[in-house]
Design a protein around this ligand. Structure first.
Ligand SMILES: Nc1ncnc2c1ncn2[C@@H]1O[C@H](COP(=O)(O)OP(=O)(O)OP(=O)(O)O)[C@@H](O)[C@H]1O
Ligand SMILES: [Mg+2]
Length: 336
């Protein structure tokens, strides 16, 4: 098999071990598809961005046209957390009494550096971009961070959906959230016949707030469920695994493939990058590497027999700039 079957797939994830050529492949796919007349959105989810270096121009957090038909952006997780917290703060203002603002803000501030907050904020942006990307562009291509990080990210919609479902199911818990807020405000002390009317008003207010909190959770849950549906749809999503013919990347790819299968993420194919060029005499040293490479290529063939696969030769220089990306794309052999 020597082509990547990407017909009709509107969401592509390019993943693999650190340094194997993910960004290079994502960018060269993007350039090639844009050259073929498609509208492409290329998104880097790796905090250590490199699209700017690849294209030789700065790529920021907002969509930027790189060549006709190709827009790119690099998600900045730190900035996403700030935006996310600002959104949460402003939403909370609608649901709690003004006297509670400073306490709530303090609590929200505490989450800024808590584990997982960057991933949650990143996932929020990725899910919105997935939805936006499939309508505004022909395809959206994600250049991802090294494997571990990306696998956690792909599992997040499921975890987040389950989490919000848990919160939603427990109406009691939401109601007691309202009560806890009241207690903190010292209003639970209000009792006695003369204050009965106040309790009624309080109940109503709590109900309204509870309902609003539930609406927000519900909307979030719907968005994560939609993202999950897109992610798991083999007609829509294609994960492309990049590796180089060496021991550790092969082992890591096997593990990755297993996890992707467990999560039912559709994998379209593999790019075996940086193979030694076979039409040139390489000298004794590199010929010895070539024979080792042949063994690893056989191992890849055995480990991933059913997966479509393309090979990209090692170029004489690092891949930089649109022309070099076009050169790489000639080897990508995409069925589209
Ligand atoms: N086929 C190739 N021939 C020559 N150089 C290559 C080839 N593929 C990638 N490179 C070079 O290898 C380096 C790493 O590539 P790249 O940045 O695409 O890897 P990555 O998997 O995205 O890395 P990271 O895990 O750090 O994000 C870059 O300098 C790139 O130019
Ligand atoms: Mg990269």
């Amino acid at each position: 098999m020597n082509s990547l079957p990407l017909e009709g797939h509107s969401i592509l994830f390019v993943g693999g071990k650190g340094g194997v050529g993910k960004s290079t492949m994502a960018a060269s796919l993007a350039v090639h598809l844009a050259d073929s007349g498609e509208q492409i959105l290329l998104v880097s989810t790796d905090p250590a961005h490199s699209l700017g270096d690849l294209f030789g121009t700065s790529v920021g957090d907002r969509k930027r046209e790189i060549i006709p038909g190709l827009h790119a952006l690099e998600i900045d997780p730190g900035q996403e957390v700030e935006r996310y917290l600002a959104r949460v703060k402003s939403a909370m203002r609608h649901y709690v009494q003004p006297v509670m603002y400073s306490e709530i803000e303090r609590q929200i501030e505490l989450t800024r550096h808590s584990p997982g907050s960057e991933e949650a904020a990143l996932m929020d942006r990725v899910t919105s971009l997935m939805e936006e990307g499939v309508t505004s562009h022909d395809r959206i291509i994600f250049d991802t961070a090294p494997t571990g990080h990306t696998l956690r990210l792909l599992a997040l919609p499921e975890i987040m959906a389950a989490w919000t479902t848990g919160l939603l199911k427990s109406r009691d818990r939401s109601a007691s959230l309202g009560k806890a807020v009241d207690r903190l405000q010292g209003r639970e002390k209000a009792s006695g016949d003369e204050l009965a009317w106040f309790d009624d008003v309080k109940e109503e207010a709590t109900d309204e707030r509870t309902q609003k909190i539930q609406e927000v959770l519900l909307e979030r849950q719907r968005r994560f469920s939609r993202a999950r549906r897109l992610l798991l749809d083999p007609e829509t999503t294609a994960f492309i695994l990049v590796l180089i013919p060496e021991k550790l990347p092969i082992l890591e790819s096997e593990k990755t493939l297993k996890v992707l299968k467990q999560h039912k993420v559709p994998v379209a194919g593999m790019v075996v990058n940086r193979t030694l060029p076979n039409n040139q005499a390489l000298g004794e040293f590199l010929e010895s590497r070539r024979s080792q490479e042949a063994e690893y290529l056989q191992q890849i063939e055995k480990a991933f027999p059913k997966l479509p696969r393309v090979q990209i030769p090692l170029l004489s220089r690092d891949v930089q700039g649109i022309d070099a990306l076009r050169e790489v794309a000639q080897h990508l052999l995409i069925d589209r």
